[in-house]
Design a protein around this ligand. Sequence first.
Ligand code: ZN
Length: 485
Amino acid sequence: MSPTMLERAVAQGAAPTLLELMHRGRYVSDCVSAFPSVTPVCAASIVTGVAQDRHGIPAMNWFHRAEDRYVEYGSSFRAAQRFGIARQLTDTIYNMNRAHLSSETPTVFETLDDADVRTAGTTYLMYRGRHRHEPQRDTALTRIASTLVRHPVMGPRELFYADVFASRRTGCRSGLGMPGVRDRHSGCVSAYMVEHDLFDFLLLSLPDNDWYSHKYGPDAQVQSIAQADHQLARVFEASGGIDEFLSEHAVIVMADHSQVPIAYTIALQNELSALGVRGPSSPSGSSRGEQPHIAVCPSQRAAMVYALHESERDAMRASVVTRALAIEGVEHVMWLAHDAHDVPTEGIISSPVHGELRFCPGGELEDERGLNWSVEGPLAVIDAFIHDGRLQTPTYPDALARVWSALTCPASGEVLLSAAPAYEFVDWGGQAHVGGGSHGSLHAGDSLGALVLCGVAVPEHESARWAIADVAPLVRSHFGCAPGA
Ligand SMILES: [Zn+2]
């Protein structure tokens, strides 16, 4: 959700419930997303309160080195088809929570379940909790899905995930989580839970605004924000209205990222094909038939490239960097330098226009969130300046910490790319959102989302800059748990 679009929706009277929450609480118009600013990475940061260097989810599409294969969480239906629908659903529904999300970083559900708080969640990528749920088999649609979705999951106490997991018979139907009906399903099951007093903590996901904005462009969000507002009103109404609901509950409204309009595409698979790109369904051959040397992983407005053979890793990284910097629409190319023991020594952010910025944690320069960095090279690479003794990067919010987390995430590729505004990397199904909207880059356009805090005790913040990972600690503290993961 774009903060500008939220403000427009509210000004036009299209989002009266959100307006009321903004009035009664605190509105932050520039809460920083993860990088890549794509849903799986952001959702993991939101539920754990840490970045991917700890939670381990690197992107929408990535290469699993240990299993020697691509992981695709659902960039598009066509991309899912290229990797196999069953494979994609298994990765998204099961492996993301069970195998890919680090077991070292508890989710808010796990923390609160351990404290006997009654937890609940509607369909959301991240659901990991302490309660066992068996798949549903009571409708024609779920009987079809049950050939793919056979195993139980560990989730919050009450879990409503598309139609495949449902801890109660609510009568609400999600059409298996199809776009456009998901908000209605979230609103329906949440209203049911309010009526029957089934939760203390609820994660209520409203994903249709993202889908609508991908399709019709960020300017169309007023329409989908109005629909989301309607579902929130319905949930509050189930307890008698907003006053009654807020007398019993605090409410946090947040976006995981925003979107920018898309006009151009980058086919990274083709741009790098001379290096030998591993195809989605051909483990032994590249898209051209020769021995593959790299894996290419587009994640909307970000991308990663992996060197497939340890022996040629450094040479391959250098080749990819050189080629990537010459591609129109690539704004930043990033990689890690290592010492003789393979320990990361510094990160490099390279711009085709401004040269190379080298950085690592622990120097003299403090950023907007109070972290210290050692920085060498032109600040123009990340459009940075120093104000009041602090590093400011308004065009690329929280740039150094976000890039460092992305580079040092064990599952990330050797080379990371971020696209210029209006550009998107074509996914493995050949899809992009030209004429619509997308996200994923380091740029402020996709990276700043809205945050509304209503009824939550907010600790005096050291920095002026909010980030999506700040929310899980607030939730844990609200229920008397230790804020850290
Ligand atoms: Zn999206």
